[in-house]
Write a protein that binds this ligand. Structure first.
Ligand SMILES: [Zn+2]
Length: 311
């Protein structure tokens, strides 16, 4: 989204690196030290204002920024459909005041760059789609289910936070290291599952968790137009709907994965049919359930998939 914006900052970052390396060396082996104890500076509660389009990225911003960042997540309720967000005046104000803004990109949350534009401010923009390195064409926008992209994001956030607040750069780097070790644990849990379940087939009502399901080695047997129709809240083509009902009830897929935040009558019918036929179903969400952070949530998602596969 803003490859140009990062460019003028490169010089500033290079100057900061030496200091970061020295401080990081001093922190080796103690990445679990709480961020607060490493705070350098005035002791002000937060030096940076961050706005994230959803609480998924808000959670990761908090993991990297610790007490040095104040995070506002525009979509922070699991009962909302993030595909249909409408900004309030308070949201607009938070965006106007932000030092850094995190958007998913890929068409998922176009409202956020539009709000930045409308507010007339110029925060540092982080686009997860850009950070992912994946080609834009045909990109599955649900990038937060992709652990390698989240590893890149965590590094990108530590870099940008450090540019904006050089005094705390070492804290951000240490926090990012700790976040990446939690991400590595998720990736290795996915690999363990792949050992046991690679090649098994699933039906998914939405493209929501496809990165994760792919990392587990599972094969998407969903008719090609179905997920797009459900995500848009539209009608599944009749022949594909019948085919999906057959898959969900005929014992030819191991699980049916659905999205709790974009229900349609047809998607719900598919899930009901699967349940009645004894096909395991897994309910996943677009944003954080209450009282979870990114890491506990993704671990819980993997546990749900594991339970379903083990049935
Ligand atoms: Zn979605």
């Amino acid at each position: 989204m803003t490859p140009n914006r990062a460019r003028p900052r490169r010089r500033a970052r290079a100057l900061v690196v030496a200091g970061v390396l020295a401080a990081a060396a001093a922190l080796t082996g103690c990445t679990s030290v709480p961020a607060a104890t490493m705070t350098v500076g005035t002791g002000a509660p937060a030096s940076l204002s961050v706005v994230a389009s959803t609480d998924v990225y808000g959670s990761l911003a908090t993991a990297v920024g610790g007490d040095q960042v104040a995070v506002t997540s525009l979509i922070d309720s699991p009962t909302k459909d993030p595909h249909e967000f409408e900004a309030s005046a308070r949201d607009q104000l938070a965006v106007k005041d932000a030092d850094l803004v995190i958007a998913n990109g890929g068409g998922y949350d176009d409202f956020l760059p539009q709000m930045v534009e409308a507010g007339g401010s110029s925060p540092v923009m982080v686009s997860v789609a850009d950070v992912s390195g994946y080609p834009a064409a045909g990109l599955n926008e649900h990038l937060w289910y992709d652990v390698p992209t989240m590893e890149r994001l965590v590094d990108a956030l530590a870099d940008r936070f450090g540019d904006l607040d050089p005094d705390d750069a070492a804290v951000f780097t240490a926090n990012a290291t700790s976040a990446k070790s939690q991400l590595a644990a998720l990736a290795s849990a996915e690999e363990d599952l792949a050992e046991s379940y690679r090649g098994q087939r699933f039906l998914a009502t939405e493209p929501l968790a496809l990165f994760m399901l792919d990392a587990i080695g599972l094969v998407d047997a969903t008719p090609p137009g179905l997920q797009d129709a459900v995500e848009r809240g539209g009608e599944i083509p009749p022949d594909e709907f019948l085919q999906a009902i057959e898959l969900a009830t005929g014992g030819t897929v191991e699980l049916v994965v659905h999205d709790t935040q974009t229900p349609t009558a047809q998607a719900n019918a598919l899930v009901e049919n699967a349940k009645n036929a004894g096909t395991p179903t897994v309910a996943l969400s677009e944003t954080l359930p209450k009282d979870e952070d990114y890491f506990t949530w993704m671990k819980a998602n993997l546990d749900l998939i594991t339970e379903a596969l083990a049935r």
